[in-house]
Design a protein around this ligand. Structure first.
Ligand code: NAP
Ligand code: GLV
Length: 309
C-alpha cells in the first residue's frame, strides 16, 4: 500500500518523516519521488499542484491535510468520484477557539485604539460595553464554528450563529439558510467567518453582506480568502460601513508585498495561522482516518462530495 504526500514549502520533510513514522505499514513516498505511480493508493495533500492528482491512476482516496477541501477541488482536472477525507481533531478546534476568542476580544475591547494611543503617551480610558451587550455572529456552525460560538457565549457575548441547516446550540441563537440571513446579519456587530469555500459561499463577504450589517460592524475572516471580495472590503472600510477587519486567509498566500491590506490601518493580517494543522496531532488524525478507510470501516471525516464540504 503506497501513499504519496504533498505539502508545499519547507515543512514538507517534517511531514514526510512524521507520516512515515505514523504509518509504518504503508509505503509513504514524497510527491517528487513517487516511484511507480500505478501502485499509489492514497494521496495525502495540502494545496497539491494542479493536474498532479490525475497522474496517479489508481488512487482510492485523497486526504486533505486540513479541514477544508477546496484546495483539492480547485484542481481543474481532479479525477472524478475519488473519496476525499478531510482532517479534523481536537487540536484544530482548540487552536481556532483560541484565535477567534483572541480576535473577538481584541476588537470588542478596542485594543487597536489603545495600542495606537501608546506611542502618543495618551491615557486612553475607553469604556466598552460588557460582552453581554456585544452581539457576535459566527457564519458556519460546523466543527469549528459551533465550538467558537459556544466559547464566545460562555465568555458572555450575545452570540448567534448561521448555518445551512438548522442547529440548536446551548447559549447560541441559531439561524439557518437564506431566509434567516438578514436577521442574523442585522444583529451582528462582530462577524466571524468559518464557512467552507463552496460555490454558494464564494465571495460571500462582499458589499451586499456588508450593507446588511449594522453600521461600523467588524469582521474576522478565518475561513478562506476567496470568501472575501477584497475591493468591497477596502471600500467599506473607507466609508466606515465596516470599522475593522482581521484577516487570516487571502486570495493569494503569502499575501503579495504590494497588497494594499498590508498598510491599511483598519486591517490586522495574520498569516493563515488561525488553526494550522501540525504533523503531531494532525498526522495522527490522518493516519487514523487512512487506516479506517483502508480497512473498509466508516470514516467520520469522509466528505459529502455532493455538498462539497
Ligand atoms: P464544517 O464542519 O464542514 O462546517 C461548515 C459549516 O458551514 C456548517 O455548519 C455548514 O452548515 C455551514 N455551511 C456550509 N455551507 C453553507 C451555506 N451555503 N450557507 C450557510 N452555512 C453553510 O467545517 P469546519 O471544520 O468548521 O471548517 C470551516 C472552514 O474553516 C474550513 O472549510 C476551512 O476553510 C476553514 N479553516 C481555516 C483554518 C485557518 O487556519 N484559517 C483552519 C481550519 C479550517 P451545516 O451545518 O448545515 O452543514
Ligand atoms: C486550514 O486552513 C484548514 O483547512 O485546515
Amino acid at each position: 500500500m503506497a501513499v504519496v504526500l504533498y505539502v508545499p514549502g519547507p515543512r514538507a520533510p517534517w511531514w514526510l518523516d512524521h507520516m512515515r513514522a505514523l504509518l509504518p505499514e504503508f509505503d509513504v513516498r514524497a510527491w517528487d519521488e513517487p516511484g511507480d505511480r500505478m501502485d499509489v493508493d492514497y494521496a495525502v495533500v495540502w494545496k497539491p499542484p494542479a493536474r498532479g492528482l490525475k497522474t496517479f491512476p489508481n488512487l482510492k482516496a485523497i486526504v486533505s491535510i486540513g479541514a477544508g477541501i477546496d484546495h483539492v477541488l480547485a484542481d481543474p482536472e481532479l479525477p472524478k468520484g475519488i473519496p476525499i477525507i478531510r482532517t479534523t481533531g481536537f487540536d484544530l478546534t482548540q487552536r481556532m477557539r483560541e484565535y477567534v476568542t483572541l480576535h473577538v476580544l481584541r476588537l470588542h475591547r478596542r485594543l487597536p485604539d489603545i495600542e495606537a494611543a501608546q506611542p502618543r503617551r495618551e491615557w486612553l480610558q475607553l469604556i466598552n460595553p460588557p460582552a453581554y451587550e456585544r452581539r457576535v455572529g459566527v457564519m458556519g456552525l460546523g466543527n469549528l464554528g459551533a465550538d467558537c460560538a459556544q466559547t464566545l457565549a460562555t465568555i458572555g457575548f450575545d452570540t448567534a450563529g448561521w448555518s445551512r441547516t438548522a442547529k440548536s446550540l446551548d447559549g447560541v441563537t441559531c439561524f439557518s439558510g437564506e431566509p434567516d440571513f438578514d436577521a442574523f446579519l442585522g444583529r451582528t456587530e462582530i462577524l466571524v467567518n468559518l464557512l467552507p469555500l463552496t460555490p454558494a459561499t464564494d465571495g460571500i463577504l462582499s458589499k451586499p453582506l456588508f450593507d446588511r450589517l449594522p453600521e461600523g460592524a467588524m469582521i474576522i475572516n478565518a475561513a478562506r480568502g476567496q470568501h472575501l471580495v477584497e475591493s468591497d472590503l477596502l471600500d467599506a472600510l473607507d466609508s466606515g460601513r465596516i470599522a475593522a477587519a482581521t484577516l487570516d486567509v487571502f486570495h493569494q498566500e503569502p499575501l503579495p508585498d504590494d497588497h494594499p491590506f498590508w498598510d491599511h490601518p483598519k486591517i490586522l493580517i495574520t498569516p493563515h495561522v488561525a488553526s494550522l494543522i501540525d504533523p503531531e496531532a494532525g498526522g495522527k488524525a490522518i493516519a487514523a482516518n487512512l487506516r479506517l478507510f483502508h480497512q473498509g470501516k466508516p470514516v467520520p471525516d469522509l466528505v459529502d462530495l455532493e455538498q462539497g464540504y
